[in-house]
Design a protein around this ligand. Structure first.
Ligand code: GLY
Length: 308
């Protein structure tokens, strides 16, 4: 299994399942649930940073490389484990793939997925610190009533958005089981202070997540709007299919995406795993890494990504 930065905390849980003969889908879901429970991670699940109204909205997707079936959710509130809602859509609602907002929450209740608080005190404080006093007053009093002044403040906040230092945003986990089946899972709270209802690449198959047993699995972290426009995860697989090694496939997919004009440019990363167990990643940041763990390992190890 491989995992993007901060996803390493889930690898042992996923590998334990694989050692017992579980499927790649089971292992990827289990690994991501650990990350979603980690309150110290402010970009995934519980502890994720909220949108402009102070509400945590989560996106996730999971894709099975054997069937290329997938499930995904966007802008879900009140559920700590959006990856499990995505999995349930994949397996229990096969006529659909992506549910958002209230519909996704309704389905999650029907599927028996646990509700829970996702906004922590620490995340609320980081959110407050990022808003001006006037904007904060409006955001906490408004709850989306649409006042023009608040909307202007919100848009100003988004325009001022600059990439935080260090690893941030979204978790990718890619796994392969004993039968050689691949699965890719992605989960995120998205951009801090994002506009309510914003859905990023993590929920979109082809953009932030793609998996095909015959070629490999790939996923993205970072600026989701670019990965959507570049269809970047699928682009990584096209590079693999053309014969590139994993690092080159990720670098070329990022380079192609980064050629798009984007005034809000922020870090972008890609990660991939092939059916023969090769893996690689790329990033716009120096010293970006990912974690790797196999069934014979006692712990994960850290691998450098290529830089674009
Ligand atoms: N890549 C995660 C997001 O843009 O929401």
């Amino acid at each position: 299994m491989i995992a993007s930065e901060r996803g390493e905390v889930g690898l042992a849980a996923g590998i334990a399942l694989l050692r017992d003969g579980a499927s790649a889908m089971d292992a990827v879901e289990a690994a991501i649930r650990v990350v979603e429970s980690n309150e110290a991670d402010h970009f995934v699940g519980v502890g994720g940073l909220p949108n402009l109204l102070g509400e945590v909205e989560l996106d996730a997707s999971i894709m099975d490389g054997a069937t290329r079936r997938a499930g995904a959710v966007g802008a879900v509130r009140g559920f700590p484990h959006p990856i499990s809602i995505a999995r349930a859509i994949c397996e229990q609602l096969p006529q659909h793939l992506l549910l958002v907002g209230a519909g996704a929450e309704r389905f999650a209740d029907e599927a028996g997925i646990e509700r829970g608080e996702t906004l922590t005190d620490e995340a609320r404080q980081i959110w407050r610190d990022g808003l001006s006093p006037a904007g904060l007053e409006r955001a906490e009093g408004m709850h989306g009533l649409g006042e023009v002044a608040y909307r202007q403040q919100a848009l100003d906040r988004l325009k001022a958005m600059s990439p935080p230092d260090g690893p941030w945003g979204t978790v990718n986990v890619i796994g392969m089981d004993a039968g050689g089946n691949l699965a890719v899972g992605v989960s995120t709270s998205g951009y801090p202070w994002k506009y309510p209802g914003r859905v990023g690449d993590s929920a979109l198959i082809g953009s932030g997540n793609y998996c095909d047993n015959s070629v490999g699995g790939a996923a993205c972290t970072g600026r989701g709007e670019l990965a959507i426009r570049g269809n970047t995860a699928r682009s990584v697989l096209q590079g693999l299919a053309a014969g590139h090694d994993p690092v080159k496939a990720c670098c070329e997919a990022l380079a192609e995406t980064l050629a798009l004009p984007d005034q809000f440019r922020a870090p972008l990363q890609a990660l991939c795993l092939t059916p023969d167990g090769r893996h690689g990643g790329a990033s716009t940041r120096a010293a970006s890494t990912y974690g790797v763990m196999t069934a014979s390992d006692h712990d994960f190890r850290i691998v450098q990504r290529g830089q674009v």
